[in-house]
Design a protein around this ligand. Structure first.
Ligand SMILES: Nc1ncnc2c1ncn2[C@@H]1O[C@H](COP(=O)(O)OP(=O)(O)OP(=O)(O)O)[C@@H](O)[C@H]1O
Ligand SMILES: CCCCCCCCCCCCC/C=C/[C@@H](O)[C@H](CO)NC(=O)CCCCC
Ligand SMILES: [Ca+2]
Length: 533
């Protein structure tokens, strides 16, 4: 068999179904839309990638038998398509149509090519960054063996850059990359690598729009290029929470079919200076300490988080400070909802489109809430943060693109209670249904650690809590004492922030991913149907 890919054969997507009137093939029909009689995809009608090949097995066989060449020339059209498997995984499958007539075969190819060319959402040129040191250091191998062949099959042209140092991808995107040449940017690595791409693209977009990223009040311009994630990191929570699985082939197929999922991004500022962007977890206290400790153990690979997690759980530090926030008003949904953000989420559709109106309202609205206290953890989850460690995530009902973040405050409590809270991230129980945990859906918040509070605030504390506690705090601030530290660090999507006093604002749908959100199970229940291709 030899494959003869038509040089002009574009790759794209559409629907294949039966019965129909594809020329010469009574069984199957191809089109860019599903058949009108079906409200949902019929069994077996899946997104398609098309590969054209011409085989001459029979030709060769019969030539030796001195059969006339033209009579026995056999043409095949092989159509590759996406097949849904268990647990949100996608795989590439193929169906081959044989045709005794070369001209007819060419007309099929032409029909398919026409349909595919009409689909503009599919990327044709991608800029790819590979972090060779992420996770288990398998990024390069995963890309070469599992992803590159699929992109080649789909006729996607790629420019691949293997990063040589941290922030290589971010800096290249900020200044050097010729973004007009591409339909998307792909990172092969973990959440840290994704964060680099996000920082590079957002920065570049704001510069191109002459906007000031340092101002927390600036309405930022959304990035036009979509980002693909080939998971090869330690947590890979962005991929898991937007696709439902951490599987390189599945992610590659979502890129090939041109999916698009908008996502909220938080900008973090200190004294009107931009620090970083966050798309998943912004965590002070427990998650900040876990990250600080685990960075020293990078050599351990992904297991470093389990080790540092256990250590920080036993250490049981709490931190004092003040959190002020602006609740998300006029939005549908709360952090305690049973409903989850899924593909085509109606909450995101309802809350998402008018984010700037809400932001303006809040800028002139001074009625933020303020909470002062001792916290084991302060977490802001702009999305569920689901990952293999916690399949429902830090805030299971958070939304990918609703313009809000869920602010979770875990007050000082016993080790036993904190363990109950942590364990509930891994089972069906509600981690917020505890009297020392509160959760608020917000559009903006500030945190001020106690040691940064103004003198007047400290005097107020003195009056409220008595002299002894203030002296206790001063003692803790003193490094030589060996007492509990007065402040933690912020874990911002797996990077440590340089400041503890921060101002955070949510920017609704600032970026887009090559994903579609997690699909509801019934979408792929058809799999078990014997009619499936
Ligand atoms: N060539 C490189 N050498 C060293 N560090 C790099 C290189 N390329 C990227 N990095 C940095 O490595 C860090 C970690 O990478 P990555 O996010 O891919 O894996 P991870 O930390 O294991 O996974 P996760 O973020 O999912 O926990 C990133 O912050 C990135 O800036
Ligand atoms: C004693 C049993 C305890 C079980 C507790 C399980 C709770 C797990 C919640 C996991 C939440 C992950 C949030 C994602 C954060 C990522 O942006 C970040 C970068 O990859 N990862 C970490 O900071 C790594 C954070 C790792 C935390 C352990
Ligand atoms: Ca959100």
């Amino acid at each position: 068999v030899f494959h003869l890919r038509e040089p002009s054969a574009p790759w794209g997507g559409g629907w294949l179904w039966r019965p129909g009137c594809f020329p010469g093939v009574p069984e199957w029909r191809w089109g860019s839309l599903p058949p009108p009689s079906h409200h949902s995809p019929p069994p077996g009608a899946l997104w398609i990638c098309c590969r054209v090949e011409r085989t001459n097995i029979l030709k060769r066989k019969f030539l030796t038998l001195l059969f006339v060449k033209t009579k026995w020339r056999l043409c095949c059209v092989s159509v590759s398509y996406v097949e849904r498997c268990q647990q949100h995984r996608w795989r590439c499958a193929a169906v081959t149509f044989t045709c005794p007539d070369g001209g007819l075969c060419q007309s099929w190819v032409g029909a398919i090519a026409e349909q595919l060319a009409a689909i503009t959402s599919r990327p044709r040129r991608l800029l790819i960054y590979i972090n060779p040191y992420g996770g288990k250091r398998q990024g390069g191998r995963v890309y070469e063996q599992k992803v590159a062949p699929l992109f080649a099959q789909a006729a996607i042209s790629t420019h691949v850059i293997v990063t040589e140092h941290a922030n290589h991808a971010r800096d290249h995107l900020r200044t050097d990359a010729e973004l007009k040449k591409y339909d998307g940017v792909v990172c092969v690595g973990g959440d840290g690598m994704f964060s680099e791409i996000v920082h590079g693209l957002i920065w570049r977009t704001q510069m191109d729009s002459s906007l000031d990223p340092n101002s927390p009040d600036e309405t930022l311009t959304s990035c036009s290029l979509r980002i693909g994630i080939i998971p090869a990191g330690s947590t890979d929570c962005i991929c898991f929470a937007t696709v439902g699985t951490n599987d390189p082939v599945t992610s590659a197929l979502h890129i090939i079919v041109g999916d698009s999922q908008p996502m909220d991004v938080c900008s973090i500022h200190h004294n009107n200076t931009f620090l970083r962007y966050s798309v998943s977890l912004l965590g002070y206290g427990f998650y900040g300490d876990v990250l600080t400790d685990s960075e020293r153990k990078r050599w351990m690979g992904p297991v470093r988080y389990d080790f540092s997690g256990l250590k920080m759980f036993l250490t049981h530090h709490y931190y004092e400070g003040t959190v002020s926030y602006l609740p998300a008003r006029g939005v549908v949904g709360t952090p305690r909802d049973a409903a989850r953000c899924r593909s085509g989420c109606v909450v995101c559709q309802h809350n998402g489109p008018k984010p700037s109106e809400r932001a303006e309202k809040y800028e002139t609205d001074d009625c933020g809430e303020t909470i002062r206290g001792k916290f084991l953890a302060i977490n802001a989850a702009s999305m569920s943060c689901a990952c293999p460690r916690s399949p429902k995530g830090l805030s299971p009902a958070a939304h990918l693109a609703d313009g809000t973040t869920d602010l979770i405050l875990v007050r000082k409590c016993s080790r036993f209670d904190f363990l109950r809270h942590l364990l509930r991230h891994t089972n069906k129980e509600d981690q917020f249904d505890l009297n020392f945990v509160e959760v608020h859906r917000v559009v903006r918040f500030r945190f001020m650690p106690r040691h940064c509070q103004s003198d007047s605030d400290l005097e107020l504390d003195l009056l409220e809590n008595g002299k002894r506690q203030i002296f206790g705090q001063i003692c803790r601030d003193h490094p030589a004492c060996g007492c509990a530290p007065a402040y933690s660090s912020w874990n911002c999507d797996g990077e440590i922030l340089t400041h503890t006093a921060i101002d955070v604002r949510v920017h609704c749908r600032l970026i887009k991913l090559f994903a579609r959100g997690i699909e509801e199970p019934q979408v792929f229940e058809d799999l078990t149907n014997p009619c499936a291709i």
